[in-house]
Design a protein around this ligand. Structure first.
Ligand code: IGP
Length: 261
């Protein structure tokens, strides 16, 4: 299964990162990194009305290489003017991401940034803080309960917000054990890549109203926006539709209006 492959490749990649900067050094650097604005990712998603997280990704196992019609600088300017947070893939082998992209975005944006990666060891959390991320992703499917608990704690100690990703009932139940403030449903099945917004609708009742509830993946058209509005979703995480658009700003603004209508 693709998730296992990605995690295996991640384990092979980590020593490369650690050879550049050791874990003890990265930890020290993280502890010395000033928090830009505590809880900013959470606060930007929590505010009334629809919030949108705009993603930057150059490729994915399901979509292959994505050819963007605008360059990264233009994209950041468009996102700055229209979305509430930015998600940046930093996974190298399957999503062609890099921590350098996140640093570039940090230099040009005041928006909260989510480090989108497959987080499996403490080093990545320290690194996230050092490169300027405000939040990290925890994927329930690749972590056991103890890891979920410990990584969540570590992130919060570093004053990073956490988006906890789920895909089915059992994962939501496991995720709720750590009582996260932000919980997402990935509409993409990572076993066969099928996408259905039904996952968000079905899982909505299992997530208490006081949590920030995020619909992730597969949001590409007006119908999707209306459907998710009726499900009662606080935020959208959108990659492909923005990556393929010449004008993601106009798209984000249109969908926010539609959500309110
Ligand atoms: O491009 P889409 O279908 O709009 O999806 C964005 C985002 O949800 C997706 O990239 C994603 C969701 N969870 C992930 C975990 C790892 C990597 C990527 C993802």
């Amino acid at each position: 299964m693709i998730l296992e492959e990605i995690v295996a490749d991640k384990k092979r990649r980590l020593p490369e990162h650690m050879a550049r900067i050791s874990e003890s050094q990265m930890r020290r650097m993280a502890e010395e990194t000033k928090t830009r604005e505590a809880n900013c990712f959470y606060n930007h998603l929590k505010k009334p009305g629809l919030s949108i997280i705009g993603e930057f990704k150059k490729a994915s196992p399901s979509l292959g290489t994505i050819t963007s019609k605008i360059d990264l600088m233009e994209r950041i300017a468009e996102y700055n003017a229209s979305v509430d947070a930015i998600s940046c893939l930093t996974e190298e082998d399957h999503f062609h991401g890099n921590v350098e992209y996140l640093k570039e975005i940090r230099a040009k944006s005041q928006l909260p940034i989510l480090r989108k990666d497959f987080m499996i060891c403490e080093y990545q959390f320290y690194e996230a803080k050092v490169i300027g991320a405000d939040a990290v992703l925890l994927i329930t499917a690749i972590l056991d309960d103890a890891q979920m608990h410990d990584f969540y704690q570590l992130a919060r100690e570093l004053e990073l917000d956490v988006l906890v990703e789920t895909h089915d009932e059992a994962e939501v139940e496991r995720a709720m054990k750590i009582n996260p403030r932000i919980i997402g449903v990935n509409n993409r099945n990572l076993k066969d890549f099928t996408i259905s917004l039904e996952h968000t609708r079905r899982l909505r009742p299992y997530v208490p109203e006081d949590k920030v509830f995020v619909a992730e993946s597969g949001i590409t058209g007006d119908e999707d926006v209306r459907f998710l509005r009726d499900c009662g979703v606080d935020a959208f995480l959108i990659g492909r539709a923005f990556m393929e658009s010449e004008n993601p700003k106009a798209l984000a603004q249109k969908w926010k209006e539609l959500y309110q209508a």
